[in-house]
Design a protein around this ligand. Sequence first.
Ligand SMILES: Nc1ncnc2c1ncn2[C@@H]1O[C@H](COP(=O)(O)OP(=O)(O)OP(=O)(O)O)[C@@H](O)[C@H]1O
Length: 212
Amino acid sequence: MGGQVLLAVAGNVGSGKTTLTHRLVSRLGFVGLFESTEANPYLADFYGDMRRYALPAQLRFLAQRVIDTRRVIDEGASAIWDRTPWEDADIFAANLHSRGAMDDRDFETYRMLASQLLADVRPPDLLVYLQRSVASCRDNIARRGRDYEDSIPISYLEDLSLRYDAFFESWDRSRKLLVRAEDYDFLRDGSHLSELVGRIAESLPQRFLSFG
Ligand SMILES: Nc1ncnc2c1ncn2[C@@H]1O[C@H](COP(=O)(O)OP(=O)(O)OP(=O)(O)O)[C@@H](O)[C@H]1O
């Protein structure tokens, strides 16, 4: 194995990142970098009133994810991210700004901090984009039944989905892999996971030849 491998799973709210990341963690023996739903004390308030809580919620997401990322990278173990800090900055915060939930002044403040915090964070070796239709994301969100997510407008998911596609298209910090979530059943079918692990191995840089 060519040293520490960093994988990232990126995708919309309800796309199934957490399920996939758990499966990959147990298959590969990597450390999982999970987004704890309880970790952001602004989240429920944010969904209740996006205008009021956009800036503190975004700052908290970014700070927590950068702290967790740096710790895992410093520890030297191979790891897999369930969402990256670049998604916070380039997708979520930018989306709130363009929806009018974050004003120009707050967005500029956020951008100043984000560019400093992210300046020397090592990117993943491979970004896996778990692409799922908005209708299917919405069904997953409804099924998991978190009260505070009841208020998520469909237009919010649609905007994020467009931004995710553009983010993936322009992602040039590492290699990347598109996975259409609806073609796989990672929860119930082990062969689907094996197929994806094979695709990941093929997509990684040469130095990780013995991966998987
Ligand atoms: N930067 C952010 N801005 C706004 N909301 C965010 C941000 N990062 C995460 N969230 C929200 O916090 C919650 C975290 O939940 P969770 O970890 O289950 O992620 P998720 O996006 O729903 O992923 P998945 O269903 O693919 O596992 C979700 O409602 C998620 O959209």
